[in-house]
Design a protein around this ligand. Structure first.
Ligand code: PEP
Ligand code: MG
Length: 588
């Protein structure tokens, strides 16, 4: 029983800062994949009540699906919304409904357990089928089963369409597709038990300016009904039921932050350059037309990284060439003639299509991912290349290849691009015949052979999120070792310097596009290592520009030399943090 008059005590947990900002509010517990199924016995006299609960949950689930369908139709189109018609069919399936009722009457157990047992029986049947269409029905059934369980348990409605007031979203972990489905206007902040700083769901949170803390082990188990949560996305702290004093303290931090953001806003129109006028090229990492618009409004030169897998994850499908073309065209048009770098599909790692029977891998980030997946599925790859090429007829498009670890991958892809061009020629469809093709430098192998890759590339883009994980052998989403994920590591600095040197020597445009490119702390150091082009979430761009105007190239040199003389990542981290804070303190 909850006694409202007893003040709940404050509990502080430490995790990993993932997206800057302070958030405070009621908790929304987001359950995904594994819904815990309660099990208990139900007397015969209560069985009809159990069945009624089931029928009510069916209605609630239908209403959820209808709302989601409307949202998807509005935001993505009628065709994508059609996916949810199949969900409705499952919810109206008489055989399934009758099976659950029968199970309640025969087993004497609660309806959650009975729904679980019946759907698992159906799923086991679907799983063994070869037929792709029927397997896709299994995905619908799995989704429906989760939604039903959530409605029955009353802990959450799935998605955030049903928030009445904005809340702090708490989950064991969030997949990129969970995050894609969130209504961001209702999410104050995100806190998860698991996850790392550069997991793709965190990147999406950062892109939308939502504060986030991850790796807060055990947080979900420590929360009870009615709890409030404060999260500090700068320091990686979460406080359950913060006291008045804590709220006051964080209120002050928040005020300081708002003051800084106001100043940043006032300077929004100023160019991207250092205090002594060294120009910087700032691009945006953007996956949707509204993000592109926001980026152009923030003064970005164009889109430096468009992660096309976002489309695949959003629809949980492999979209056809035409569907992809339409989406890429929307992105190109939103770019208003400015350059847009479209990265080919980077599925795998933590980005999997739900229910698509991806083979289980012991080391998914080192496995069947990105360019490897595409080159093994030439039909899927050609569809995408054709779609990108067609979009290139309407703007300044470049193609970028993820996870390159050998020159053969680049050469083979360029052959496929030529093949795609011939197909378009036959179809009399236009494209940019001189489209530029570049590599992501995000594996240690790519760093080691960047001089060779340069000969086959029109540009480089350094993906530090992956480069850090592969260089330091630290899985970017494993919170057990998150403390070892150190972008400040001397090994990272040395690798970055080498790439910048080679690219600059060969006159090859090079951009840094991992998360550190959007972190102002890193800016002087990256400039000092030889970069002048950065691609970051549009949300971070005004702050980057603001900070750039607060130091000169002499200071860049000092900071960089100093950092290069340090042995430990923690010393380098401290050094750039101190530099950042001293300059910001002078400004605010
Ligand atoms: C990177 O690895 O730094 C990068 C930009 O790509 P992603 O985060 O999508 O792997
Ligand atoms: Mg990457």
């Amino acid at each position: 029983m909850i006694h409202d008059n007893i003040e709940k005590s404050e509990l502080m947990l430490f995790g990993i800062p993932a997206s800057p900002g302070i958030a405070h509010g009621p908790v929304f517990r987001f359950l995904h994949d594994e819904v815990r199924v309660a099990t208990y016995e139900v007397s015969e006299s209560d069985q009809e009540e159990e069945i009624n609960r089931f029928l009510e949950a069916l209605e609630m689930t239908k209403s959820e699906i209808r709302t989601i369908r409307e949202d998807v139709a509005k935001n993505l189109g009628e065709k994508e919304a059609g996916i949810f018609d199949a969900h409705m069919l499952v919810l109206e399936d008489r055989a399934l409904i009758e099976d659950v009722k029968k199970e309640v009457r025969e087993s004497g157990e609660n309806v959650e357990k009975c729904v679980h047992r019946v759907t698992e029986k159906y799923l086991a049947f679907f799983d063994q089928l070869e037929d792709k269409y029927l397997r896709e029905r299994a995905v619908d059934l799995r989704d429906i089963s989760r939604r039903l369980q959530r409605c029955l348990s009353g802990t959450t409605a799935s998605g955030t369409a049903f928030f009445d007031v904005p809340k702090v979203l708490v989950s064991e972990d969030l997949t990129p597709s969970d995050t894609a489905a969130l209504d961001r206007s209702k999410v104050l902040g995100i806190a998860t038990d698991l996850g790392g700083q550069t997991s793709h769901s965190v990147i999406m949170a950062r892109a939308s300016g939502v504060p986030a803390v991850v790796g807060l082990r055990g947080l979900t188990d420590k929360l009870s009904e009615g709890d409030e949560l404060l999260i500090d996305g700068f320091e990686g702290v979460a406080i359950i039921n913060p006291s008045e004093t804590t709220l006051f303290r964080y209120g002050k931090v928040d005020v300081q932050r708002k003051k800084l953001l106001n100043l940043v806003d006032e300077e929004g129109e100023l160019p991207a350059e250092t205090a002594d006028g060294k120009p910087l090229k700032i691009w945006a990492n953007a996956d949707t037309p509204p993000e592109v618009k926001k980026a152009l409004g923030a003064g970005c030169l164009g889109v430096g990284l468009y992660r096309t897998e976002s489309l695949f994850l959003k629809t949980n499908s492999l979209p056809s060439e035409d569907d992809q073309y339409e989406e890429y065209l929307r992105m190109v048009e939103a770019s208003e003639g400015k350059q847009i770098t479209i990265r080919t599909l980077d599925l795998g790692g933590d980005k999997l299509l739900e229910g698509w029977n991806h083979q289980k891998e012991a080391n998914p980030f080192m496995g069947f991912r990105a360019i490897r997946y595409c080159l093994s599925n030439p039909k899927i790859f050609l569809d995408q290349l054709q779609a990108i090429l067609r979009a290139s007829a309407h703007g300044d498009v470049r193609i970028m290849l993820p996870m390159i670890s050998g020159i053969g991958e680049v050469i083979r892809t360029k052959e496929l691009i030529e093949e795609a061009k011939s197909i378009l020629d036959l179809r009399k469809q236009s494209y940019d015949p001189n489209i530029k093709v570049g590599c992501m430098i995000e594996t240690p192998a790519a760093v080691a052979i960047c001089d060779l890759l340069a000969q086959e590339s029109d540009f480089f883009c350094v993906g530090t999120n992956d480069l850090v994980q592969y260089l330091l052998a630290v899985d970017r989403v494993n919170n057990e070792i998150a403390f070892l994920y150190e972008p400040h590591h001397p090994a990272v600095l040395r690798s970055l310097k080498k790439v910048a040197e080679v690219a600059n020597k060969q006159g090859l445009p090079v951009t840094v596009c991992g998360e550190i490119a959007g972190d102002p702390h890193f800016l002087p150091l990256l400039i000092g290592l030889g970069f002048d082009s950065f691609s970051a979430s549009a949300a971070m761009v005004p702050e980057l520009k603001f900070f750039a105007r607060r130091f000169s190239m002499d200071e860049v040199e000092d900071v960089t030399q100093n950092a290069e003389s340090k042995f430990r990542p923690s010393e380098i981290k401290e050094l750039i943090k101190d530099f950042y804070e001293s300059r910001i303190a002078q400004a605010v």
